[in-house]
Ligand binder design. Structure first.
Ligand code: HEC
Length: 137
């Protein structure tokens, strides 16, 4: 277990090199990366975070503060968890925090990075394909 902790800590450490440490810090601590890339899609079906690149900064600010997408869809009223976290958590971001996140996702985040994070899903969610034999009944 200690060894596993060490390996996980090393994996996490390997993710820290970026031009925008403040934006990356928020992306990981407030759960964008967890919901969008590290969680089994059957539990939370969130699109790849490359989608942020389709947003302008004002559109992204509106999304963070209200849960309304650039297409005008009010996710909270549709019962979507993204709408709830926007209204109840991300609405508390300062403008500087929103800008920092936007900068991170539009400049530093890559599709490849998302794929790397998604490789953790079978570890955390013990997909039958990964752990058929050791899976508790
Ligand atoms: C609790 C899980 C969760 C967290 C945390 C989360 N998201 Fe999401 N996000 C989702 C889900 C699920 C969807 C798809 C919702 C839908 O289409 O109704 C989504 C959709 C989106 C979309 C696409 C909206 C559109 O145009 O359709 C963007 C952009 C987005 N999230 C950005 C972020 C960012 C940036 C963060 C961190 C600040 C974040 N999300 C944190 C679950 C989450």
């Amino acid at each position: 277990m200690r060894r596993f902790g060490f390996v996980m800590a090393s994996m996490l450490y390997a993710t820290v090199a970026t031009a925008n440490p403040a934006g990356e810090h928020l992306a990981y601590t407030v759960g964008c990366v967890n919901c969008h890339h590290q969680t089994d899609k059957s539990i939370i079906n969130a699109p790849p975070l490359m989608v942020v690149r389709t947003y302008s900064l004002p559109e992204f600010r509106k999304l963070m503060k209200t849960g309304v997408t650039r297409a005008g869809r009010d996710m909270a009223s549709q019962g979507s968890v993204m709408g709830f976290v926007a209204k109840e958590q991300f609405a508390h971001f300062t403008d500087a925090e929103v800008a920092s996140l936007y900068d991170y996702f539009t400049k530093d985040w890559t599709a490849q990075r998302g794929i790397e994070e998604e490789k953790k899903i079978p570890i955390y969610f013990k997909h039958p394909a990964a752990t058929t034999k050791s899976r508790p009944k």
